[in-house]
Design a protein around this ligand. Structure first.
Ligand code: NAD
Ligand code: 6OD
Length: 488
């Protein structure tokens, strides 16, 4: 996957190397090859992006009607679809994920995120009250939604285009302008999107991209910038804490999608084969690098042994290698650094747990031998406070534990500082609904996993996030409401 590409910042509708004169090597995790050099933005670029975003906000974008904005975002979506293969190859080079996954989820969702929020903005109405006071005064009240302003969008590496457009789509639909800071691991698709924005007729300054890292770099500069009106962030909980401290200066709003240690509850009356299929995705999809992946599996005792064996068979069936081979269904981890972290947990598991399968690094042929691959791994027999059961690992691994009573399963599931997502597997509709209301998470799936309707509220409770985005829920963060009271 070697290439000599230069990845530039995109500010005010133009690509720029920036003034810092610093680049870093973008490494493909499939084979360790350098795929591009990324030009780091400094304070001058962040300032320029913020100024451009304010000009666009107070200029053409701010003055555009919601209908025209929605039409423009449809053109952006169509522009991504027209260049589907380019986006696909870029995402695969940055992340190593199999084409079967990226062509099914990442790129189509990257486009869909613009259309869904364009549709939302076309269809919203206004809250309206008729008021009569005790002393006979009459008024009408209506609430209008205005854009919040210039939004800082800080993104992770696991679903780069998807998670970035999940924020940029609603932000622009609501009339805001954005400055995106993609992950340093996956800078390419956000950069490519600049061309699509220009071709779609998005005015300059509406969509800006600055490249860099977190502390002391573009990420922190953006969150500290006093003229950034609000920050939406997806990433680690500890990073969310750092961003929140910066956002507190100037009392700026945040929307956070953070870490998780997601539980699944599998009842003895589930459809066994469908559950094993679903759980294989829930644990191992994207090499375990989806915030929604399951890392804690609780199984009712009568089917525990069979389930462990069946998930083991799935874990051992994954095909690694050429991402463009249709049969490939496991990619590498995002980087050697992340692999070292995951292998730290594997080592603890090898020492402390019963290792059902995995626990190491697979043999890979040729150039893939330099990639950041790990084996899908299953542990049993650990205590709940063991780091492998308590901490987010973000790799293709899980711990499985038996339970006897429904209440016990719920208690175990809730025993975490995180509260992002769960899945419940049963054919008993009452049991499913009672459990669904008892687990303290933002998203619950019954007999499925990551089945997404983009209009639904998405987000986490406890340390997994702040706020909900999706459909009309995104308006809460991306707009300010002004109530207009008119005396009659
Ligand atoms: P990360 O927090 O390390 O980095 C995310 C982004 O924040 C990157 O662009 C990074 O450069 C930037 N950043 C880092 N420190 C910063 C700082 N001090 N100020 C400003 N920006 C800073 O996360 P990651 O490693 O990219 O992603 C993995 C994590 O993201 C996991 O914890 C995962 O659970 C979480 N995640 C959560 C969701 C969700 O929806 N809840 C979705 C995807 C990923
Ligand atoms: O599907 C989504 O909208 C979404 N935000 C998914 C997040 C996945 C986290 O890794």
């Amino acid at each position: 996957m070697a290439s000599n590409q230069n990845i530039l910042n995109f500010i005010n509708g133009e690509y720029t190397e920036g003034t810092l004169g610093k680049t870093w090597e973008n490494i493909c995790p499939l084979d360790g090859e350098i795929i591009s050099r990324v030009h780091e933005a400094g304070k001058a670029e962040v300032d320029a992006a913020v100024r451009a975003a304010h000009r666009a906000l107070n200029g053409p974008w701010g003055k555009m009607s919601p209908q025209d904005r929605a039409d423009t975002l449809y053109r952006v979506a169509d522009g991504i679809t027209a260049r589907f293969d380019e986006f696909l190859k870029a995402e695969i080079a940055d992340t190593g994920k199999p084409s079967s996954l990226a062509s099914h989820i990442d790129i189509p969702r990257g486009a869909a995120n613009f259309k869904i929020f364009a549709d939302v903005i076309r269809s919203i109405g206004a809250e309206f009250f008729e008021t009569v006071t005790p002393d006979g005064q009459e008024a009408i009240n209506y609430a209008v939604r205005r854009p919040k302003g210039v939004i800082g969008v800080i993104c992770p590496w696991n679903l780069p285009l998807l998670l970035m457009t999940w924020k940029v789509g609603p932000a622009l639909a609501c009339g805001n302008t954005v400055i995106v800071k993609p992950s340093e691991e996956t800078p390419t698709t956000a950069t490519l999107l600049g061309e699509v924005m220009n071709d779609a007729g998005v005015p300059e300054g509406v969509y800006n991209v600055v490249h860099g890292f977190g502390p002391g770099s573009a990420g922190e500069m953006l969150t500290q910038h006093p003229s950034v009106d609000a920050i939406t962030f997806t990433g680690e909980t500890a990073t969310g804490e750092a961003i929140m401290k910066n956002a507190a200066v100037g009392v700026r709003d945040v929307s956070f999608e953070l870490g998780g240690k997601n539980p699944a509850i599998i009842y003895g009356d589930c459809d066994f084969d469908a559950t094993v299929d679903g759980m294989s995705r829930a644990v191992f999809a994207n090499c375990g690098q989806v915030c929604l992946n399951t890392e804690r599996v609780y199984v009712e005792r009568p089917i525990y042994n069979d389930f462990v064996e069946a998930l083991k068979a799935k874990a051992e069936s994954f095909k690694r290698g050429d991402p463009f081979d249709k049969a490939t269904n496991q990619g590498p981890l995002i980087s050697q650094e992340h692999r070292d972290k995951v292998l730290g947990y594997y080592e603890r598991g090898n020492n402390d747990a019963k290792v059902v399968t995995g626990g190491g690094v697979p043999d890979m042929d040729g150039a893939y031998g330099k990639g950041s691959w790990v084996e899908p791994t299953i542990w049993t027999d650990l205590e709940e406070d063991h780091p492998n059961v308590a901490e987010e690992i973000f790799g293709p691994c899980c711990h499985i534990r038996p339970f006897d009573k429904d209440e016990e399963a719920v208690e175990l599931a809730n025993n975490s500082p995180y509260g992002l997502a769960t899945s419940i597997w049963t054919q008993d509709i009452k049991r499913a609904n009672v459990t669904a209301r008892s687990v303290n998470v933002g998203i619950t799936w019954v007999n499925c996993w990551f089945l997404r309707d983009l209009r639904t509220p998405f987000g986490g409770s406890k340390q997994s996030g702040i706020g909900r985005e999706g459909g009309q829920h995104s308006l809460e963060f991306y707009t300010e409401m002004t109530n207009v009271c008119v005396k009659l």
